[in-house]
Ligand binder design. Structure first.
Ligand code: UD1
Ligand code: CA
Length: 463
């Protein structure tokens, strides 16, 4: 344990009343991740010796969501009497430690790694007792205001307790701080709850420190968006828009064409190669990777999938957990369910559903098909209306179609079944047995033509 150790505390016990939600605020999602994942992610950059999560409202669901991790400790705040009271709950865990405590707010998800590193640096080099992250904003409404005397921070006043003059101040408290552990827990005991909300405000610590002649610093961030707090659904939507815009701009700078950034929803972890064109109303989510020179047409949603170079995704496709190889074409109106693979140059046409199915290179399923639990080789032609009957009501069975096979339209392949290399299946067949390589499988009723039937029907007397 050394004086340069860093201990992170994340406050996440509040109810988040303004969200009007049964889900705890920090589990709401922003850019494909929960708020708390954003905060935990940035916390890692300072290489903390410990992380302490303060939870209260819906504590169990937050804990379950985050899971047990080696350096994370959990502290319960019950009831929730304010941010100072929340920090006080970590005393048993941290009082014996020394070094710097970094306090993060579970509802401030956009903080950048570089800012957090700068906070540690500023705080430690100034040997401050506290350092407050601040920003100057156009609309300070709702935030604590930084009151300065002779240029130095004197105190923080919450919106509800602020006089009209203080409300004019546009420098706000980001709710992110560095504290020297030595004087902290003793000073917290000096905080009272005589304010508009009857809560123990952590922000009162600043005036206490100034009275005790302890050094308080501020770190002003240039981009106030970084310290935006999320308290309502409106704020969640606003911040989501900023996250999206940042991602879109990053991709465009790297050579991706985004026709309408306002309707393009790409999660932060998604990678896209240059010269790929993204049409309006597209969502690309999770850990998806899109190659170069692809074309993703309108109204497509891609989740956790990999799409190689020069692939084309036509309009209205849903692609989940799948892989699409180079120069393949999918859609319009295709549904790729998890674990599907579309081979190089292969084609999936309209109203085709794939589930756990591999379609080999150059193969085609151009119209109206369901292919589930199937392994399909190279250069196979799957005719319109083909269905793998993979489910017998109890279990799922595989279908294998070998290279170069031709499956006539409106075929049912009743699994488990195999169609051999280069085999043909006649249109309208219900295939219940394997078709050997090079054979024609035909399984349908024979046609009978009744000569002169139409003429006879016309001359028949009506009754
Ligand atoms: C707080 C600050 C305000 C600052 C703003 C920045 C105080 C008193 N006010 O206001 O100066 O501008 O953040 O976003 O600190 N929490 C608990 N236990 C509690 C109360 C809150 O864990 O008893 C947690 C919340 O879950 C949340 C965080 O602390 O993650 C901040 O609480 P919140 O009620 O959102 O404070 P603000 O009103 O936003
Ligand atoms: Ca807040």
């Amino acid at each position: 344990m050394s004086a340069s150790d860093i201990h992170v505390v994340i406050l996440a016990a509040g109810q988040g009343t303004r969200m009007k939600s049964r889900i705890p605020k920090v589990l709401h999602r922003l850019g494909g991740k929960s708020l708390i994942e954003h905060v935990l992610g940035v916390a890692q950059v300072v290489n903390p010796a410990t992380i302490t999560m303060v939870v209260g409202h819906e504590a169990d669901s937050i804990r379950l969501f985050v899971g047990e991790r080696p350096n994370i400790g959990w502290v319960l705040q019950e009831p929730q009497l304010g941010t100072a009271h929340a920090l006080q709950q970590t005393e048993p865990r941290l009082a014996a430690k020394q070094g710097t405590l970094i306090l993060l707010s579970g509802d401030v998800p956009m903080l950048e790694a570089a800012t957090l590193q700068r906070l540690v640096h500023t705080h430690q080099t100034a040997r401050a007792a506290a350092t407050v992250v601040t920003a100057v904003v156009e609309r300070p409404y709702g935030y604590g205001r930084i009151v300065r005397t002779r240029g130095r921070i004197a105190r923080i006043v919450e919106e509800r307790d602020a006089s009209p003059v203080v409300r004019q101040i546009r420098e706000i408290n980001g709710g992110i701080y560095a504290f020297d552990l030595a004087p902290l827990f003793d000073a917290l005991r000096g905080i009272a709850s005589q304010n508009a909300q009857g809560e123990y405000y952590l922000t009162d610590l600043i005036a206490i420190y100034r009275r005790r002649k302890l050094r308080v610093e501020t770190l002003l961030v240039d981009n106030p968006q970084e310290i935006r707090g999320i308290n309502s659904r409106t704020e969640l939507a606003e911040v989501s828009r900023i996250v999206r815009q940042t991602k879109n701009e990053e991709l465009m700078a790297a050579g991706v064409t985004i026709i309408d950034p306002a309707t393009t929803y790409i999660d932060p972890d998604v990678q896209i190669g240059p010269d790929t064109v993204i049409h309006p109303s597209v969502a690309i989510e999770g850990q998806s990777r899109i190659g170069a020179a692809c074309e993703i047409h309108s109204n497509v949603r891609i989740v956790d999938s990999e799409i190689a170079d020069k692939a084309v995704i036509q309009n209205f496709c849903l692609i989940l957990g799948s892989r699409i190889a180079e120069s393949a074409s999918v859609g319009p109106f295709a549904h790729l369910r998890p674990e599907s693979v579309v081979g190089e140059g292969a084609k999936i046409g309209n109203f085709v559903e794939l589930k756990k199915t591999t379609l080999g290179p150059g193969s085609k399923a151009n119209h109206l098909a369901y292919l589930g639990d199937a392994t399909i080789g190279a250069k196979v032609n799957v005719g319109a209306g083909t269905i793998t009957c993979n489910y017998d009501g109890t279990s799922k069975h595989p279908t294998v179609i070998e290279d170069g096979a031709f499956i006539g339209s409106d075929t049912q392949l009743i699994a488990p079944v195999r169609v051999g290399k280069g085999a043909y299946v006649a249109a309208g067949s219900s295939i219940t047995e394997d078709v050997p390589s090079g054979a024609l499988g035909i399984a349908r009723g024979r046609q009978t033509n009744v000569a002169g039937w139409v003429e006879r029907k016309k001359t028949q007397p009506k009754d």
